[in-house]
Ligand binder design. Structure first.
Ligand code: DON
Length: 579
């Protein structure tokens, strides 16, 4: 074959691949100018898979499974590793949620969300005029009582199969020094450097070059974190909630006007809860119940949309986006009003997640015109940008599946590093309705149910999720960060697969949209919608808003026959590793 013929042939092969994977219902999947390629191959493996925001952490999880650990063992090791290599979001100073579906089909949900300190009060973030301050976002008062160590311990106690010490040790090693990569540096913008500089222990740990970030290739050493992790390795939760670490946390509080006490730490417990379980297109979706809003809100939107033949609609065409937005508005209106900590508030969870209620909600949706949000519920401001939480998904050789979303809320949480203990404290208190009816940093306007109270968990949107096929086999593990956008992003990864048959790469790389009831806007990512679709949606009465940043950082595994196929969101770039 001549060189020219070979060139033409290879161009045709590329073009036909392109056509195969980049159209759904005959329509281009990715609009012109969209920044991710749809031509990439997923990471595949036959035994086990870890997909997380960091290659080193994913590798540690795989090593644990190779040496006989199960998916929960791997999750514990990944969690502690992320606390070292993604200190902007991975954590021991924060909290999160774990959803498991074991190979025998049994599911569990672990709530290790932070709690308000016992000295917290409803109006602690208001000034004398009753206006909101920034104290729920930055500084010592922003921190809730951390839940991650208790959560990992509870998960290990129930499901772990190898020694706790073996799961924490790799993180201790990493804390003694790891090589800095771009992703970590991406979290250290000039504004972040300025914020961290106000807290000496944060500056000393994360700005080691004379108050500036390290460079790619530098070794970042976190000796105090290594010591704290060493205590956790040796004594389990006692190495965090009691003794030296607890003393250091309380000393930090006293230094900066915070209110977490030894009693708060000693009394913290993680809770096992009944997962939210619902069906979508015949598949069982298992997700997180309150104190996360994720599962219940996603159930409502899925139940509403199940009444439409979504898969026959143009993907990201005006009709599909209109119906998604209408379903989401109604679901978020309910989320913001009803959902909160189940240990404090009675909630109509059964009703919110029922198909009958979805039919009632859907009955007010017009096919042709947007319902103004003001006719559905209260108002709010726009969502802030930035993905500052972290999610990891794991499947082991036996078919056990684990989804964990964990956070310190903002990047570097409260910006406060515990002096002498080397970890950042969360600013999760901002997820409460610090002033009910007023927007938090994600633009979510939440009600009285989610007001601050001592010992209460703040409502989350985190949505770690496992999906099973109609025959009971495992189909998918998914989750993402993204504040208020988490629930719609997780739903889109699922709908992309179940409604549109996308492979894991396309399901993750595809542009995302979002609506959270108020403000009454459909958000889309930069160049994420074609202009013609925008115009048609506007004609239906929708307001469209092109974000300057991306939505989410999904980490997804799909089971395809005997193969596990995984993809880490290129929006920030993590790594799937299998074996
Ligand atoms: O629990 C929540 O819903 C939030 N604290 C999550 C924060 C998050 O995803 C940060 N990313 N934008």
């Amino acid at each position: 074959m001549s060189q020219l013929a070979a060139l033409i042939l290879s161009a045709l092969v590329v073009a036909s691949c392109y056509t195969d994977v980049s159209t759904v219902n005959g329509r281009a999947l990715f609009p012109v100018g969209w920044m991710f390629s749809e031509r990439e191959e997923p990471v595949t493996a036959s035994n086990g898979m870890v997909v997380s925001t960091d290659e080193l952490a994913s590798r540690i999880g795989v090593d644990i499974m190779r040496s006989g650990g199960n998916a929960v063992d791997a999750a514990v090791a990944v969690h502690f590793a992320l606390a070292v290599v993604n200190p902007e979001a991975g954590n021991i100073g924060g909290g999160g949620f774990m959803v498991t579906r074991m190979a025998d089909g049994t599911a569990a949900a672990l709530d290790f969300r932070e709690k308000a300190p016992l000295a917290a009060t409803r109006d602690m973030y208001l000034d004398e005029e009753g206006d909101l301050t920034d104290k729920s976002v930055i500084g010592h008062l922003a921190a809730g009582v951390p839940g991650s160590v208790a959560g990992m311990w509870a998960a290990h106690q129930r499901f772990g199969s190898i020694q706790w010490e073996e799961l924490v040790s790799p993180a201790v090693e990493l804390a003694n020094g790891f090589e800095v990569k771009e992703r970590f540096l991406g979290s250290l913008s000039s504004t972040m450097v300025e914020s961290l500089s106000n807290f000496p222990a944060s500056a000393a740990q994360f700005l080691p070059r004379d108050g500036q970030p390290p460079l790619v290739g530098d070794t970042l050493r976190q000796p105090y974190l290594a010591k704290t992790l060493g205590r956790i390795r040796d004594w389990g939760p006692g190495g965090f909630y009691e003794g030296e670490t607890a003393d250091l946390i309380v000393a930090e509080m006293e230094r900066g006007g915070g209110i977490i006490t030894l009693q708060d730490l000693a009394e913290y417990t993680a809770e096992w809860r009944d997962p939210i379980s619902f069906t979508y297109r015949g598949h069982t979706v298992i997700s997180m119940p309150p104190s996360s809003s994720g599962g219940a809100t996603m159930a409502e939107m899925a139940n509403i949309l199940e009444g439409y033949d979504v898969g026959s609609m143009d993907w990201h065409g005006p009709r599909m986006i209109h119906l998604y937005a209408e379903a989401w508005k109604r679901s978020y209106a309910d989320r913001n009003h009803y959902l909160a900590d189940p240990d404090f508030v009675d909630m109509p969870i059964d009703r919110i997640t029922s198909e009958a209620y979805a039919r009632v909600r859907a009955s007010t949706i017009s096919e042709t015109a947007a319902t103004p949000s003001i006719e559905i519920g209260p108002g709010m401001e726009g969502p802030a940008e930035g993905e500052n939480t972290t999610h990891y998904s794991i499947v082991d050789a036996a078919g056990n599946a684990v989804a964990v979303t964990t956070t310190i809320n903002s990047w570097y949480g409260s910006k406060v590093t515990v002096t002498g203990a080397g970890f950042v404290l969360n600013n999760e208190m901002d997820d409460f309705a610090a002033k009910p009816g007023t927007a938090n940093q994600f633009g979510l306007v939440q009600g009285e149910n989610n007001a601050v109270a001592p010992g209460k968990r703040m409502l989350s949107a985190m949505t770690p999720t496992v999906v099973a096929n109609p025959d009971g086999t495992l189909r998918m593990v998914t989750g993402t960060p993204g504040g208020g956008t988490i629930i719609t992003t997780v739903f889109q990864t699922i709908s992309n697969v179940l409604d549109y048959g996308m492979n894991v790469v396309d399901a993750v790389n595809a542009p995302r949209i979002h609506h959270q009831h108020l403000p009454d806007q459909i958000y889309f990512e930069p160049a994420g919608l074609d202009p013609e679709t925008v115009t048609q949606l506007q004609a239906m009465g929708h307001t469209l808003f092109e974000r300057t940043g991306m939505s989410g950082d999904a980490q997804v595994i799909i089971v395809d026959g005997d193969l596990l196929k995984a993809w880490s969101d290129p929006r920030r770039g993590g790594q799937a590793i299998g074996y």
